[in-house]
Design a protein around this ligand. Sequence first.
Ligand SMILES: Nc1ncnc2c1ncn2[C@@H]1O[C@H](COP(=O)(O)OP(=O)(O)O)[C@@H](O)[C@H]1O
Ligand code: SF4
Ligand SMILES: [Mg+2]
Length: 358
Amino acid sequence: MTSLTPTLSASSNGTLLEVKNLRTHFRTRDGVVKAVDGVSFSIPDGKTLGVVGESGCGKSITALSIMRLIERPGRIVEGEISLSGKNLVTATDEEIRDIRGNAISMIFQEPMTSLNPVFTCGDQIAETVALHAHVSDKEAMERAIEMLDAVGIPDARRRASEYPHQLSGGMRQRVMIAMALSTNPSLLIADEPTTALDVTIQAQILELMKALRDRNKMAIMLITHDLGVVAEMADEIVVMYAGKVVEKSDAITVYERPHHPYSKGLLASIPRLGEHRKRLEVISGVVPNPLNLPEGCLFKRRCPYAMPICDTAPPLQQVAPNQLSRCWLTPDGSAPAVGPDASGDIALDAAAKLSVES
Ligand SMILES: Nc1ncnc2c1ncn2[C@@H]1O[C@H](COP(=O)(O)OP(=O)(O)O)[C@@H](O)[C@H]1O
Ligand code: SF4
Ligand SMILES: [Mg+2]
């Protein structure tokens, strides 16, 4: 594929995107919703980060913060987001528009709302191409057809002249991917790109994203509530719960040896081939109301391991060489050395000693 626009290259240490202590809050009439509350992660050039968690954990708001698409009453109240060293939080609107259309592309959760029903699929992709490259209308349309073909749409030339409602859900999602990739981004943010699709189409879309990632050498931030989906595709995984990162590790480790009880619960809810479980184990209870979060560990009301010390916020601690977990349990899953009933300054001191966060 030829590059239409210059993409930002990775910074010298290979980190393309770095998010540090991001806090995005919504000031509502009933109180402050801390949708994203101190989230940090990075994505190296060409790698895939999976972001996992149940609905309402702050995945989309994290993505929209990176794209600087947070609308009032929401606001990034703290933190840094840097793309190849460029701070996106303080960038001007013009700079952000340029980055959004070139270096970063996003596939949104609802494809239908992102496609315009009154324009043909070809016109919509051609318009994106034309916005970002100095090409004639005819060249832009040829490029759009090429993109539709690349994402596996049969008879792309004919399909280009069709309107979104004439296509199936899977085809529409492919059009969205074609549009997102038409600017040859360094980073693709895919927010639950396959949630609305049936399993066969889901597998096809994921295969397609993998192939395009390898061909274009782009980085992907893949958001999903399905740990099984990311385990297959991602290099690293971030598990989010109630606006915080609760576990971060390489994909294989979190899949084979999750530490955080929430990650364990998410994994236990995945049906695995060859296992004949009568009923899938699921995490009891629901994600807490963001306006009524528990003191201490945000997961404690649902956690089968909860102990009195969990009334104090647990540290994000290193539990294996490339694995961090926001939980009081020791790396081998025992109660903390300071004792399961520790409280007050003793618990706070222990948390400060174990924490990898400064
Ligand atoms: N406009 C808004 N006003 C108030 N709260 C919001 C708004 N948008 C999102 N939130 C809250 O932010 C939290 C995270 O939402 P979101 O990032 O969409 O979750 P996810 O994508 O993980 O399902 C949720 O508690 C949600 O209710
Ligand atoms: S800190 Fe306590 S409540 Fe929270 S996940 Fe760990 S064991 Fe469970
Ligand atoms: Mg979402």
